[in-house]
Design a protein around this ligand. Structure first.
Ligand code: NAD
Length: 321
């Protein structure tokens, strides 16, 4: 029997590359697509020798053509860290809107099932805690983060419209902060920023007083949740993340212990619209997918630290693209 064919957009990025690995492992024919605006081919170079993998260098905000059958599409192309989407705001809005439209059109044309990557950022600076999928969010559309948050909100609306109006099989995953190997050290997010500072022998920078909280999910757990959601018959949004919440101050201290550094924590002013707390309510994922995270922060951080440490030293000092 011929292999099922899956298109993964954002394939050269952090999450996209792990998805490529998972679908290759499951025996799919994987078509990766990426314009490399924030991604890196080194994340998927190990797949190039495989017959069951092919790669298209393409901007998904432009018309997408994929010859042959397609059974599944996972739309993960989008800048994802504030440092990226603040630098390329228009591309971020375009890939969330036009890029999603192109992927949905392709899904409709091919009769493929599509899963789109949404985000906890659609909850903005949340007024309910923890956030469940019924919460509509508290987003500032004209604030600096609006380009990402609103693109993702539009993405969800467009995906639901294709489901109800065209009968396309759609899935929406709301991803909470995820970490693991192949993240970029300089992507501006707290976890790689702290580890990068520890590796370079710098003090760790905490913004605000460090009381703001985050919950970090290890990438293997996330990929399992996404795989289960894609294979489920559930079309409403599902939160996937790790509810184990920690303040950024405590987290910085964990990193200091993990990396065994003698650096201290320094405090800087909080950026505009930085969410004060973030914690997924994962009751829906537990009930519908039988999923919950398995990897503790201690274990996940160890693997991630080893990965960063194994990079050539010049990577530790590299400035953002
Ligand atoms: P990433 O930057 O590592 O990967 C994104 C990939 O998309 C990159 O390889 C980039 O080159 C590619 N891309 C961007 N615009 C494109 C375009 N127009 N055409 C083709 N390719 C394009 O980011 P990531 O952390 O892997 O995030 C992947 C997806 O998951 C994004 O949609 C993001 O919004 C979502 N997400 C991630 C997290 C997280 O914690 N990492 C949390 C919530 C949501």
């Amino acid at each position: 029997m011929s292999k099922k064919r899956v298109l993964i957009t954002g394939a050269a990025g952090f999450l996209g590359s792990h998805l490529c690995d998972r679908f290759v492992k499951e025996g799919f024919h994987v078509i990766g697509m990426d314009n490399l605006i924030t991604g890196d081919l080194r994340n998927i170079e190990h797949l190039f020798k495989l017959e069951q993998f092919e790669f298209y260098h393409h901007d998904v905000s432009k018309f997408i053509h994929v010859p042959g059958e397609l059974h599944y599409i996972l739309h993960f192309a989008s800048p994802a860290s504030p440092i990226d989407y603040l630098k390329i705001p228009i591309q971020t809005l375009k890939v969330g809107s036009l890029g999603t439209h192109n992927c949905l059109g392709l899904a409709k044309a091919k009769g493929a099932r599509i899963l789109v990557a949404s985000t906890s950022e659609i909850y903005g600076d949340p007024l309910v805690h923890p956030q469940n999928e019924e919460y509509w969010g508290n987003v500032n559309p004209v604030g600096p983060r609006g380009v990402y948050d609103e693109a993702k909100r539009f993405q969800e609306a467009m995906t639901m419209a294709y489901h109800t109006f065209h009968g396309v099989q759609t899935r929406i995953v709301r991803i909470f902060n995820t970490y693991g190997p192949r993240m970029r050290l300089n992507d501006g997010r707290a976890l790689p920023a702290f580890i990068g500072q520890a590796l370079r022998g710098e003090d760790l920078t905490v913004f605000g007083d460090g009381s703001q909280t985050r919950s970090f999910c290890f990438v293997d757990d996330l990929i399992e949740g996404i795989y289960r959601l894609l294979m489920s018959d559930y079309h409403l949004p599902v939160n996937v993340g790790n509810p184990d919440e920690i303040s950024l101050k405590d987290f910085a201290e964990e990193i200091i212990t993990l990396t065994n550094t003698t650096q201290k924590i320094v405090y800087k002013p909080l950026p505009v619209d930085d969410p004060k707390q973030r914690q997924p309510d994962i009751s829906r994922a537990k009930e519908i997918l039988g999923w919950s995270p398995k990897v503790s922060r201690k274990d996940g951080l160890k693997v991630t630290y080893e990965y960063f440490k194994s990079l050539p030293e010049e990577e530790w000092f590299k400035q953002p693209k």
